[in-house]
Design a protein around this ligand. Structure first.
Ligand SMILES: NC(=O)c1ccc[n+]([C@@H]2O[C@H](COP(=O)([O-])OP(=O)(O)OC[C@H]3O[C@@H](n4cnc5c(N)ncnc54)[C@H](OP(=O)(O)O)[C@@H]3O)[C@@H](O)[C@H]2O)c1
Length: 242
């Protein structure tokens, strides 16, 4: 579909539900991928899941780097590892996140801060580390998976919605700052993804109406491609059928 054979990508949050599908989609377009994981055991499980896509000793197509995406020093080190391996870093795909309920009416600031730390602090820290080599080469693709809750909150999801909305606004700001540097920054906004967790939590739901991991991956790959050079500052809902 797209030729990413000359591109190196760093992916955060790759050990979650959609991570393996997104990473495989990037590898299928011939990108080299560094998965930054906070749990090395999950990193090894991810590598096993991807089987032959990970490449071999002479051409490692996937490297797994243990690091916390919210730790700037650790992310600078991870970026250095990527540059040593492939001499370049072109794409960062931020998949880090997770849902936690919190009411609006109770002003549960601790819960709101937890959502902020999980969603905003991680993505902006990891992305900032990746921007240094992107700016040096005047090329970059920043793609973050947020949530449709950024645009329209549902009840009892106040902290989650605020954090996702903040990430969208931050991405727009980054897009403005980098728009003449060959760098684009966009967010992808699913509502519900067909995952084992969601099937268990919503046994009466209709998974066929939820976005598949492959549908999210397809949008991420497009935004990560050279061909998406005209798209920046966008927040793209992936909510068909819901
Ligand atoms: N699933 C849905 O229905 C849905 C709907 C809308 C939006 N989204 C968004 O889409 C993205 C991917 O969804 P998903 O279902 O694949 O997510 P997920 O399974 O919950 O995976 C989340 C990933 O983020 C990492 N992570 C979570 N909290 C972190 C923290 N504080 N610091 C560092 N890493 C952290 C996890 O690492 P560990 O493996 O180490 O825990 C995991 O790799 C997320 O951003 C999610 O918010 C999902």
């Amino acid at each position: 579909m797209f030729d990413l054979s000359h591109r190196a990508a760093l992916v955060t949050g790759g050990t979650g539900n959609i991570g393996p599908t997104v990473i495989r989609a990037l590898l299928e377009q011939s990108a080299h991928v560094a998965a930054v994981v906070r749990d090395p055991k999950k990193g090894e499980a991810l590598r096993s899941t991807l089987g032959p896509f990970v490449g071999g000793a002479d051409d490692p197509r996937l490297i797994v780097i243990p690091a916390d995406p919210g730790d700037r020093a650790a992310m600078d080190h991870a970026v250095e590892t990527v540059l040593r391996a492939w001499g370049r870093l072109d794409i960062v795909a931020n998949l880090v996140g997770g849902y936690a309920a919190s009411d609006a009416a109770t002003a549960d600031l601790a819960a709101y801060r937890a959502s902020w730390d999980q969603k905003v602090a991680t993505v902006v820290t990891a992305t900032a580390a990746c921007l240094r080599p992107m700016r040096a080469r005047a090329y970059g693709r920043v793609v973050s998976v947020a949530s449709f809750a950024a645009l329209k909150a549902e009840r009892s999801a106040a902290g989650y919605a605020m954090a996702n909305a903040a990430l969208v606004r931050w991405t727009e700001s980054l897009a403005e700052e980098t728009k003449r540097e060959g760098i684009t920054a966009n967010t992808v906004l699913p509502r519900i993804i067909d995952t084992p967790e969601n099937r268990a939590a919503m046994p009466k739901g209709e998974p066929s109406r939820w976005a598949s991991a492959a549908e999210i991956a397809a949008v991420v790959v497009f935004l990560a491609s050279d061909e998406a050079s005209g798209v920046t500052g966008a927040a793209i809902p992936v909510v068909a059928r819901t």
